[in-house]
Design a protein around this ligand. Structure first.
Ligand SMILES: N[C@@H](CCC[C@H](N)C(=O)O)C(=O)O
Length: 330
């Protein structure tokens, strides 16, 4: 484990956050959310951090268990996530005191300063982080998030298995204005972007996801042929996704094995997305393309996903590892 100490100017190098959400207990309606935002205090002292990664989706973890509000602002998070001028990361994650009988609460700022409801790779990193800092038992946690209760468990083999709860399919709650095709769900709906008609299934894991396996003319996705930096923003900022969206491009290898590349809301191209992998398997099942148990290969490595019929919950299993720790002056 490497140690680092650095001082990063607290000047803001990015626009104001996409949206400021209240610290609310919300599972559905990943959209604009209500409630007054508690102002995060600007911190004068050095902040201790630890950087973790899950399949290369990397986060700056902050022990924030002494107070209910994040010790740094969204603007400071942008600075810390900068890969040239900061620590570098896809987001900053805060381990907060538990609420409503939970062990901990988690909040996250994306690298652009926006605040998502949930992060799958991030919550595996959070579980590893809290276990590392206090060696706590049990190794199974109840974590309160903006997407509701999420339950990670550290496995004997070093992997982390997370009960991610139930997927949300109602179009208005994803949210998307695309017309539902199956009851209230948007499954294989047509969306024209960049002169092509794509087929999308929309799923919320607390945060919004739009999943495509290909075009309406039958052309399947080939993930190695995608120009993500050009295409990704066209979906992320499309008007049919009022809270923006994470976009997953999926190539089916077999019904139990897919490849997926992601363009994340608020973070751009990342090496992996846990909530995106879960949403991918839900979309695969709804479209009849995958089984409920499926390996999702991401650029950073594989995640094992199971959408269990008995409880309708999704279980995600994958790694979470410490990269280095240090302190940073803000
Ligand atoms: N990488 C994450 C998702 C992080 C949040 C996302 N960028 C959003 O804004 O919804 C994951 O592993 O799930």
């Amino acid at each position: 484990m490497a140690q680092a100490a650095a001082s990063i100017p607290a000047t803001t190098r990015a626009a104001a956050p996409r949206q400021q959400r209240g610290w609310q207990h919300r599972r559905s309606g990943g959209g604009s959310g209500g409630g007054a935002m508690r102002q995060a205090p600007r911190c004068a002292a050095a902040i201790k951090f630890a950087k973790y990664q899950g399949l290369g989706n990397d986060f700056i973890l902050v022990d924030n268990r002494h107070q209910a509000d994040p010790v740094i602002t969204p603007e400071q998070a942008v600075t810390l996530c900068d890969r040239n001028f900061g620590i570098g990361g896809d987001g900053v994650i805060f381990a907060l005191p538990g609420e409503n009988g939970t062990d901990y609460a988690m909040r996250i700022f994306n690298s652009d300063g926006s605040e998502p409801e949930m992060c799958g790779n991030g919550i595996r990193c959070l579980a590893r982080f809290v276990a590392d800092i206090d060696g706590s038992q049990p190794r199974q946690y109840r974590v309160h998030t903006l997407a509701g209760l999420i339950q990670p468990a550290l496995l004997a083999d070093g992997q982390v298995c997370v009960d991610m709860g139930e997927p949300i399919l109602k179009a208005a709650d994803v949210p998307t204005t695309l017309q539902p095709t199956q009851g209230e769900a948007v499954v294989q709906q047509r969306l024209t972007v960049d002169g092509k008609e794509w087929l999308f299934t929309c799923v919320s894991m607390g945060n919004p996801h739009a999943i495509t396996f290909g075009l309406s003319d039958g052309t399947p996705i080939k993930v190695d042929e995608l120009d993500l930096p050009r295409m990704g923003p066209l979906f992320e900022h499309n008007a049919v996704f009022p809270a923006r969206t994470n976009t997953e491009f999926v190539e089916v290898l077999t019904p139990s094995h897919v490849r997926m590349h992601v363009w994340e809301r608020g973070a751009g191209r990342t090496l992996a997305c846990g909530t995106g992998a879960c949403a991918t398997v839900v979309a695969g099942v709804l479209e009849g393309k995958t089984q409920r148990t499926c390996q999702v290969d991401l650029p950073g490595g594989p995640l094992h996903i199971e959408w269990r019929e008995s409880d309708n919950h999704i279980y995600m299993t994958g790694p979470a590892e410490l990269v280095f720790s240090g302190s940073v002056g803000m």
